[in-house]
Ligand binder design. Sequence first.
Ligand code: NAD
Ligand code: UDP
Length: 322
Amino acid sequence: MKKILITGGAGFIGSHLARRMLNLGHEVTVMDNLFTGNKSNIYDLEVNPRFTFLLQDVTQPFWGQFDDIYNLACPASPIHYQRNPVETIKTSLLGMMNVLELALKTKARVLHTSTSEIYGDPLEHPQTETYWGNVNTIGPRSCYDEGKRAAETLCVDYAREYDVDVRMVRIFNTYGPNMHPRDGRVISNFIMQALRAEDITIYGTGDQTRSFQYVDDLLDGVLRLMDLNRSDLIDACRKHGFDIPVMNIGNPAEFTIRELAEKILELIPGSAGKLVFKELPMDDPQRRRPDISLARELLDWQPHVPLKDGLTKTIDYFRTKS
Ligand code: NAD
Ligand code: UDP
């Protein structure tokens, strides 16, 4: 049994991770300030004697002895991370620093959830881990993108200078049950709009693309990465030109946003909603698709859940919320 800390564990991905870790027999502490997370995501876990919830802001120092720390604390939806941009960048940076300081003092292993946003509006397609990205430092998305980029830098510097065992995943658009219905992300928006027979709001022309990953696939990849022996992992990474593990975890199946809307309408027959076109937000990336060769080779991992199956499960969840 391991002692596990999950920062941001009351959010969408964190609540799935907490559940999975408890099912594996581990002791789980969730730390969250409930900025975008919700206790309802973890109510059923609270009866488990191996589960603890800490209402705590990750930007404030904290203490505890854990084997593994999963750093997820950070709002992930553009409308939420732009609502309070200073808090967003502080959460990425100070939160990361507090996690790494704790790991340094207690010899914990760290998994940091980075993002495909570090590639910005990418000029290379698909995106490999060696691509440095195309990111605006002063735009509305910068608080998130640059916060996450700086958090990666902190991770590699703590690993190189202080030998902290850090692993990073760059997560591509992930969806599933426990997303907040008013989260503002495209899948939750489109499903809720279709269920309520409202118009489907496409930003821009809808020709921009994303690659959508079901949450179970993401967790399979993350757990495989955390389970690897450190020296074997570093040796394998060195062969690919990295001294610190950093890996794309996403589903390479790429769809335009218009295709996504049409798929969701097919799965919710009878919805009276029609497609309406709204202004494209500033700096909205045009294309995004992960190259997952590294994860395939090092983790023997690839996603298994097709978009239609994942959407069906997510729609079932949102039906209980509409
Ligand atoms: P989410 O918003 O549902 O979860 C984030 C959690 O962090 C919430 O519970 C929130 O309350 C908590 N949090 C925010 N600021 C905090 C703070 N200062 N102190 C403590 N807790 C704080 O988002 P998610 O989709 O579950 O994302 C989880 C992580 O994965 C995030 O770090 C995000 O950047 C990363 N990620 C997610 C996606 C995706 O598509 N879902 C893609 C790339 C990266
Ligand atoms: N989007 C949209 N309608 C919505 C919400 C989002 O067309 O109601 C678009 C958004 O402009 C972007 C894509 O869908 O091009 C994915 O948006 P999301 O916020 O889910 O993720 P991100 O932009 O961070 O990848």
